[in-house]
Design a binder for this molecule. Structure first.
Ligand SMILES: Nc1nc2c(c(=O)[nH]1)N[C@H]1C(S)=C(S)[C@@H](COP(=O)(O)O)O[C@H]1N2
Ligand SMILES: [Mo]
Length: 247
């Protein structure tokens, strides 16, 4: 077992861990945070934890209330500067050309024509000021503007009885959501941040923003969206984080 350096944990993250622990069973992320141990090397332990994590997904999905909104905040609460995170440094964020960029659609969707940035920008937009909580133990409040994902799914004729919506990103990241979370009223295909075009480091040209989940469930720089009944997993989930990761 290797000791991790102590984390600076905000009140939100401490509260979140407590809730996960008491009400929803223990997520793998929370377990690692609470024990401070890197127990991910042992195969048997790994298997048990994976089974626990999948069970935890089901409990969280069953408890998820699609009508309950994540808290929203006043302009004065917005974090400036806003914190960046990715599996690389901010300077390495992909430089995507917005003109040639297209959102590719596949899977259980009627209209699979790719979408340009111009077409997405022409759709009705929604803005919310919400908290972004990273599993690493920090949180920030930001202002996000974009197309509600549920509206987009309806427009392209997605099969909303399917289980998952998956995403692929320009930097090789990938992720997925349960359909109920994908159709939550605050879940967004975000095009603007703090009233400006989404900056490269925060996911230009389009990112997903899910205020009811931990930060790693919001993929930036998306290039493909698909609807499926096969569990698509995700970048951090394949490295042990709990897949549902609801707040
Ligand atoms: N494409 C992509 N999306 C990503 C990541 C990433 O590395 N690549 N990191 C995730 C994590 S762990 C967090 S906390 C948030 C950070 O978003 P921010 O830079 O807007 O704070 O993006 C998420 N989405
Ligand atoms: Mo994160």
């Amino acid at each position: 077992m290797t000791r991790r350096p102590p984390l600076e944990r905000t009140r939100d993250v401490v509260d979140l861990e407590r809730r996960l622990f008491l009400r929803r069973g223990l997520s793998l992320g929370a377990l690692t945070l609470l024990t401070g141990c890197d127990i991910t090397n042992d195969d048997a332990v790994q298997k048990v934890l994976h089974a626990m994590s999948r069970w935890n997904d089901r409990v969280q999905a069953a408890l998820f209330n699609p009508d309950r909104l994540a808290p929203t905040y006043p302009e004065s609460a917005i974090s400036r500067p806003f914190r960046f995170n990715a599996f690389y440094e901010a300077e390495q964020a992909p430089k995507v050309d917005g003109e040639s960029w297209r959102l590719e659609l596949s899977g259980l969707i009627d209209s699979k024509q790719p979408w340009s940035l111009r077409e997405l920008t022409a759709l009705p937009q929604q803005t919310h000021i919400t908290k972004h909580i990273c599993i690493e133990g920090w949180s920030v409040i930001g202002k996000y503007t974009g197309v509600p994902l549920r509206d987009f799914l309806a427009r392209v004729g997605a099969d909303t009885t399917a289980r998952y919506v998956g995403f692929k990103c320009a930097d090789g990241y990938w992720g997925s959501l349960d359909m109920a979370s994908a159709r939550h009223p605050q879940t967004q295909l975000t095009l603007a941040f703090d009233d400006e075009t989404l900056p490269p480091r925060f996911g230009y040209p389009v990112r997903v923003r899910v205020p009811t989940k931990l930060g790693f469930k919001s993929p930036k720089h998306i290039v493909a969206l698909f609807v499926t009944n096969e569990h698509p997993g995700g970048y951090w989930e394949s490295r042990g984080y709990n897949w549902f990761s609801g707040l």
